[in-house]
Design a protein around this ligand. Structure first.
Ligand code: ADP
Ligand code: ADP
Length: 226
């Protein structure tokens, strides 16, 4: 059964533009779905609707059978990672990672172990007192991943997380993200325009085109009928 389920989901922006049309997607518990497609096809809009950052204007978004379509973002239990890292520059790494925990009423003191555990998971142990600008791009994206994971989200949403990294780092982090995702068995949506990324990292691949789902299948299926 699907853990994350989109049924007939649509998005019409206030200017009338239909960015997503009648989208059906099911992601089983613990699996990673790659959402692939050219720029402008509606991938980010889909991710933002799942996160609750923009409202869906049609259909239902369900997590574990419960409709979350009208829930605000912080009630959806989702971890987000963006292409641009989106870290707070004036806060330390630990404060950045703690941010989501504090929003949930957990004090930084109580959260100290959880923060260090999250930093270890992304291979940044002991860097909690640094500022983001003192880290490389790859390290900053690891902090962003730690911040997403520290709340133990039910769903992980990754929006082109590797696109700002150089090729070598990108290869490394592909493997690392996939390892973490499998170890935590966390249901994940991975938005990318990189075919190799989707096909090598994901259990399922959805190909979007013009706001619609053109194909959905295993990487092997998608490879055979490109
Ligand atoms: P992708 O992530 O696949 O590049 P997006 O979901 O960002 O695509 O955008 C899908 C389409 O919706 C694009 O044509 C984009 O210009 C349009 N769009 C995105 N945001 C808005 C908005 N706030 N208002 C109107 N149109 C938008
Ligand atoms: P990206 O491709 O990095 O996601 P976009 O250029 O699609 O960035 O969008 C940048 C911002 O502009 C987003 O907040 C998006 O919602 C908004 N946007 C994109 N296209 C339109 C549009 N046609 N009309 C209004 N806002 C838009």
């Amino acid at each position: 059964p699907a853990f994350l389920s989109l049924s007939s989901v649509g998005k019409i922006y206030p200017n009338g533009y239909k960015a997503v049309v009648d989208l059906d997607i099911d992601v089983p518990q613990g699996q990673m779905l790659g959402l692939l497609g050219p720029s402008g096809c509606g991938k980010t809009t889909t991710l933002r609707m799942i996160a609750g950052l923009v409202p869906n204007t049609a259909g239902h978004i369900r997590v574990g059978g419960q409709d979350v379509s009208r829930e605000p973002p912080h009630r959806r239990d989702m971890g987000l990672v963006f292409q641009s890292y989106a870290l707070f520059p004036h806060m330390t790494v630990a404060e950045n990672v703690a941010f989501g925990l504090e929003m949930r009423g957990i004090s930084r003191r109580d959260a100290r172990d959880q923060i260090e555990e999250a930093l270890e998971m992304v291979r940044l142990p002991g860097l909690g007192s640094r500022k983001p600008r003192e880290l490389s791009g790859g390290q900053q994206q690891r902090v962003s991943l730690a911040r997403a994971l520290v709340i133990r989200p039910r769903i992980l949403l990754l929006d082109e997380p590797l696109s700002n990294l150089d090729a070598k780092l990108r290869d490394e982090m592909r493997v690392e993200i996939r390892e973490i995702q499998k170890r935590l068995k966390i249901t994940t949506l991975f938005v990318t325009h990189d075919q190799v990324e989707a096909l090598t990292m994901c259990d399922l691949v959805g190909v979007m085109h013009g706001g619609k789902l053109a194909q959905l299948g295993s990487p092997e299926d998608i490879y055979e009928r490109p």
